[in-house]
Structures are given as structure tokens and as C-alpha cells.
Design a protein around this ligand. Structure first.
Ligand code: PAF
Length: 287
């Protein structure tokens, strides 16, 4: 596996692949790789000639009071995992060449960035959109792979790709879960053992809410109440940031169901913020 740390070298390498007609599949990550990342890599490998993975803990997507300085890092372990997945190239730049002194261009995907997680993480999606557009310009992928767990991120990036005529196909892959249903996330390592066990309530709540759709004729507000009530039974959840039914395109909260509905949750367990979501189809076939 080739390891490239300089953006210009990555760009030249990608240019050569493109000139030779090779398709590049790209998996952007912040490292601390888990099975969720590996599933994206496997999908990229099955659909492209070359697979590039980036590891870059992007400082501009962290708020002042967030976990940038103790974000989990395991470069050696990550390299071993990438080698065993037979990844072609790891692009792992330092912060300076990505954001040299005087860097002053930011991307803001209006409306979508300020909803759901954006309410609690102001500026987060500007940081994500900016770094992903930089990475796309450097890596030149034909396809890019993201996990559904970070659903809002996929919506924001898709909109950016569309609005800015970026020639990249966005591929969203299913959330990979632990045995008890907890969505895999690099941040799960922050959880104490008790919190880790308690965190299973998030997925259980999504499942239970989706079951409720099959009974009676609930409204989105009934589903929301059910989700919140169930989350409140877990004393280790210190804050419910949002839980409810949302439009998967606009990310607005729904008063009436659509055919496909986004059930989404964000909670804090102690200092750790956890998110998850699920698509639930309305049974009413007229929708
Ligand atoms: O999902 C992530 O790991 C990050 O937000 C991403 C897409 C790599 C951008 O830094």
C-alpha cells in the first residue's frame, strides 16, 4: 500500500490514474477505523479500479468545546487494517498543507447545515463540506463512499456535489452495528462499560418506533413521543438533543408521514454524543 502525505503528490498520482482510464473509489475517514469503515472500503474495492482511503482529523469541523485534542487516533493499527483490506493508497496529510497560513475559503451548504446536528454543532457541516471538497479535488474520485449513520453529512455533501457540479458519484452504505445494535462509531471508545451497555437503547428505540408504525394509525408526533419516552427510561442518557421523524431530503421535522421517513436520534451519554437513524416506510400505500 502506498502512503501519501503531501496533497500535491496525491493529486499527481490521481491524475495519472485518471489519464490511464482507471476509476478511483474514495473513502474519506478521520481514522480509528472500525468495521463500518471497512465495509465502505470493501464496497469501493468491488466497484473501482483503485481505492484511496484518507485519514485526516479535520480541525475545522470541531467546535471549540469539542473533542479534537482527544479524538481517537491509531495510525499504526489503521495502516495494518488498510493493508489487510488491500487498499491501494492511504492519503494522510498533515494539517498545515491542508490549511496553510491564510486559508480563507469555506463552503456553506445553506439550510441543510443548520438543522438536526447543526443546531448543536454550529459550523460543523461547513468544516465537513470544505474538507470533503478539498479531498475530492486532490483525490479526484469517480465514486465516494459514506456511511448512513452520518445521514445529515451525506445529505449536505450530496447537495454540495450537485450545486457545485462536482463529477463524483456519492454512494451511501448501510450502518454497521455491534451485536446489540449500537451503530459503530470511532467515538464509542469514549463510553464507560455501563454507558456502552446503556447505549443499546438508541437502536432499540428506533426499532420500537418502527414497530409502532405497524400498529393503529400513529402520527409523527406519536412516534416522537414514544422515542423520547423510551430514551428517557435510560438514566445514563444525559441529554436528548433530538429524536423524531424527519424529511430525508429537507431534514425538516414531519407533521405527516411521507412514503420514506427518516427516524433520527442524537443523545449525549456523559460527554459522548451518539447519533443513529433508520428509514421507515409508511404503510399507507396512498403516500
Ligand atoms: O465522517 C467523517 O469521518 C468525516 O466527517 C469526514 C467525511 C472524513 C470529513 O472529515
Amino acid at each position: 500500500m502506498e502512503i501519501i502525505r503531501i496533497p500535491k503528490i496525491m493529486q499527481e498520482t490521481s491524475k495519472t490514474h485518471c489519464l490511464r482510464g482507471k476509476s478511483i473509489g474514495f473513502v474519506p475517514t478521520m481514522g480509528a477505523l472500525h468495521e463500518g469503515h471497512l465495509s465502505l472500503i470493501r464496497r469501493s474495492k468491488s466497484e473501482n479500479d483503485i481505492t484511496v482511503v484518507s485519514i485526516f482529523v479535520n480541525p475545522i469541523q470541531f467546535g471549540h468545546n469539542e473533542d479534537l485534542s482527544n479524538y481517537p487516533r491509531d495510525m499504526e493499527g489503521d495502516i495494518e487494517k488498510l493493508k489487510s483490506e488491500d487498499v491501494d493508497t492511504l492519503f494522510s496529510p498533515d494539517v498545515m498543507p491542508m490549511y496553510p497560513h491564510g486559508f480563507s475559503t469555506y463552503i456553506n451548504v445553506r439550510d441543510l447545515s443548520d438543522k438536526l446536528c447543526g443546531v448543536f454543532r454550529p459550523g460543523h457541516f461547513d468544516g465537513v463540506a470544505t474538507v470533503v471538497s478539498k479531498l475530492f479535488n486532490v483525490v479526484k474520485p469517480r465514486r465516494a463512499y459514506f456511511g448512513q449513520k452520518d445521514f445529515q453529512q451525506t445529505v449536505v455533501i450530496k447537495k454540495m456535489v450537485e450545486d457545485l457540479n462536482m463529477d463524483v458519484e456519492m454512494v451511501t452504505c448501510p450502518t454497521v452495528r455491534e451485536g446489540d445494535g449500537l451503530a459503530m462509531s470511532s467515538r464509542n471508545v469514549y463510553l464507560s462499560q455501563d454507558e456502552r451497555e446503556a447505549a443499546a437503547v438508541i437502536y432499540k428505540t428506533l426499532i420500537s418506533a418502527s414497530e409502532l408504525m405497524k400498529t393503529g394509525n400513529p402520527k409523527p408526533e406519536d412516534i416522537k413521543r414514544h422515542m423520547r419516552d423510551m430514551l428517557k427510561t435510560e438514566p445514563l442518557i444525559s441529554e436528548i438533543q433530538y429524536a423524531g421523524v424527519y424529511d430525508s431530503e429537507t431534514l425538516d421535522e414531519l407533521n405527516e408521514f411521507k412514503k420514506q421517513n427518516l427516524f433520527a436520534i442524537a443523545v449525549k451519554m456523559g460527554k459522548t454524543r451518539l447519533i443513529d437513524n433508520m428509514f421507515v416506510e409508511a404503510l399507507n400505500t396512498k403516500l
